[in-house]
Design a protein around this ligand. Structure first.
Ligand SMILES: C[S@@+](CC[C@H](N)C(=O)[O-])C[C@H]1O[C@@H](n2cnc3c(N)ncnc32)[C@H](O)[C@@H]1O
Length: 427
């Protein structure tokens, strides 16, 4: 019998047999190869909306509670679950880990992560310095990484004394780096001889393949990132921005179809409503079409609203930061910040608290917002031109041409998003 062109290969067939014989129920889906996406799930027959496609019992999952206490107790109490699971995959007893051998053979390689994940990219493309990084020989100081990932701009000076606030979709790389550096310190405390490449590989496996999990008897952890588990087989699902019907209970996880599928179609789940910069930083890919795509104007807005009292007003009224733009225009927070550039304190307070339009000038607000979006558009043009030049002239960038071209594609998307938002802005 000839194998189909999506045939995943022997190691995936062997892992599938293991999963099915250990209680995983796959109902019309199986792993398959999809160009540009590695492995994913394919519908093996017509599937109706609402059908249960996959059940993964808790007995095959890997959670913090599955790690023996004797192993856990060696680590600092505040170790993150992500770090603990990475440490267990790196240093757990071979007898306990052997049950996952076939699953682990089905994972992507470290080389795959080096290609796709900015956190492992070379310094020349804005990647961080790690124990195995090559000497920093950058000949350019341009930031080629996207501002939401790197936290840096080429054309906009970053304000130094901004307040600390939660940003879920900005400064992504430094947040990720902080977590990985802490995990690395925690594992070295207990296993000083840990191999960086192996540990960081496991950390990235967990970063890209874990699911939200809280046990029935447990309260959700303070840090949402600690509510995680690995689900063998379910981690074949790729992401799309379509809706997704996923439930978990003490028995395990159940994935249901949110639409009908024809045999041969890829079945996706949603990893969450994430903009493309987030997908690139956290998962090493981004979508061509993403209804959740957005860019953030915070550094541009704070460059404009420098006045300390005005910044305090934003802060006190909980409008400080997280100003986002989609192709449909800007969020309400951005509109509120734009009014503050020209309204007096009393009028602005009455506007945000009571909806008063005293002192509101929609044309001025619109003009301010367009100036902010144009500043982002200018950053796109400047950086794309520099990146194109670097691809042609800089040996250290040319060596990583595929990654540089991935960045160019994302910058072009952002340029397009700015143009559409400029057309859409009308308050
Ligand atoms: C949970 S795994 C999914 C299985 C994975 N494709 C594999 O080959 O093992 C998540 C990873 O799959 C890839 N991925 C998921 N959705 C994708 C998509 N829509 N396009 C491209 N790659 C995707 C990314 O590399 C991501 O880090």
């Amino acid at each position: 019998m000839t194998t189909p062109d999506w045939w995943p290969g022997e190691e995936h067939a062997a892992f599938t047999d293991w999963a099915l014989s250990h209680g995983v129920v796959a109902n019309g889906v199986t792993p398959a190869r999809f160009p540009g996406r590695g492995l994913g799930m394919i519908a093996t027959r017509g599937i109706k909306k609402g059908e249960a496609l996959l059940e993964v019992p808790t007995s095959v999952m890997l959670r913090a509670s599955d790690i023996p206490s004797s192993f856990k107790e060696q680590f600092p109490e505040d170790i993150a679950v992500h770090a603990l699971l990475s440490a267990f995959l790196t240093h757990g007893s071979p007898e306990l880990l052997s049950r996952y051998d076939l699953w682990r053979k089905a994972w992507p390689s470290r080389q795959d992560f080096e290609e796709s994940m900015p956190i492992l990219w070379p310094r020349a493309l804005g990647g961080p310095q790690w124990p195995d990084s090559e000497k920093d020989t950058r000949t350019t100081t341009t930031n080629f990484l996207l501002p939401a990932i790197s936290g840096h701009w080429n054309t906009i000076p970053k304000k130094q004394n901004q307040k600390q606030y939660e940003t879920y979709h900005q400064n992504l790389l430094s947040q990720q780096e902080t977590k990985l550096r802490k995990a690395w310190r925690d594992v070295l405390c207990v296993f000083p001889e840990t191999d960086w490449k192996t540990f960081s590989y496991h950390w990235l496996i967990i970063n890209t393949r874990s699911f939200y999990w809280v046990g029935a008897e447990e309260d959700p952890p303070e840090d949402r990132n600690d509510a995680m588990a690995l689900l063998p087989f379910a981690d074949y699902f790729n992401h799309s921005d379509a809706a997704c019907d996923v439930h978990f209970s003490e028995e395990g996880y159940v994935f249901r179809a949110t639409k009908a599928y024809k045999a041969g179609e890829e079945v996706f789940i949603s990893y969450g409503t994430h903009p493309n910069d987030f997908l690139l930083a956290e998962y090493g890919f981004f979508l061509d079409e993403n209804s959740s795509d957005a860019i953030y104007l915070d550094d541009i807005v704070f460059q404009d609203i420098k006045n300390h009292e005005k910044q305090e007003q934003l802060w006190m009224n909980q409008y400080y930061g997280n100003y986002h733009v989609t192709r449909h225009g800007v969020c309400y927070r951005t509109e509120v910040a734009a009014c503050l550039t020209y309204m007096n304190e009393e009028d602005w307070q009455n506007h945000v608290l009571e909806g008063s339009s005293q002192g509101l000038d929609e044309a001025t607000s619109e003009g301010t917002i367009k100036t902010w979006i144009r500043a982002y558009r200018n950053e796109v043009d400047t950086t794309m031109a520099a990146l194109r030049t670097a691809i042609d002239t800089s040996p250290e960038v040319r060596e990583h041409r595929q990654k540089a071209e991935m960045l160019l594609r994302r910058w072009a998307q952002i340029g397009d998003l700015c143009d559409r938002a400029l057309e859409a802005v009308a308050i």
